[in-house]
Design a binder for this molecule. Sequence first.
Ligand code: SF4
Ligand code: SF4
Length: 195
Amino acid sequence: MSENQNIGSLSGHSKVVSNKKMTFAERIYLPAIFGGFAITLSHFFKKKVTVQYPEVKRPFSEIYRGKHVLKRDDEGRERCTACGLCALACPAEAITMIAAERKEDEMHLYREEKYAAVYEIDMLRCIFCGLCEEACPKEAIFLTQEIVPSNFHRNDFIYGKELLVEPVDKRVDISKRQTPEVLKFKLDKNQSHNT
Ligand code: SF4
Ligand code: SF4
């Protein structure tokens, strides 16, 4: 028994290398080359698996998690109170924010006394796990079905409030990704953060 055969494989997937001599057909490679051509040719007649993105898009899973949205309440005020729980829950440390105190003439802009003057998500760090959404006590952040588009510069992947807060006149429907139980909970005015 050779020395090599005595060494066990840690993964248990070791394979003994064959010393079998190649046949004439194997040595001239032609059968293997034509076999490869045949496989390639056979794909011409099969149903294409590629799609002409972005003109054609594949249907997403109903629970697909894409770009985030910072929600407003029914009166158009930003829901986020800059509590930082989303940033704390984020395993990728993708969220940063700077909190500020609401002034008297800003009551119509921010729902809570404290709000996020700066709120940023680094989409290159984000793994779209949805933990920020789960951690938020104010129903302020949700993941949507929107894809984060590709870009040429790393800085352009840092999304600030201008890209995250939903427009007042163009609300983002996040209800599709919610289970009936969650939706019922969110409509329950007895829950303090729904009022
Ligand atoms: S989806 Fe996950 S990784 Fe992305 S910002 Fe939220 S918590 Fe962080
Ligand atoms: S999005 Fe929610 S969890 Fe994050 S800081 Fe705002 S209120 Fe807190």
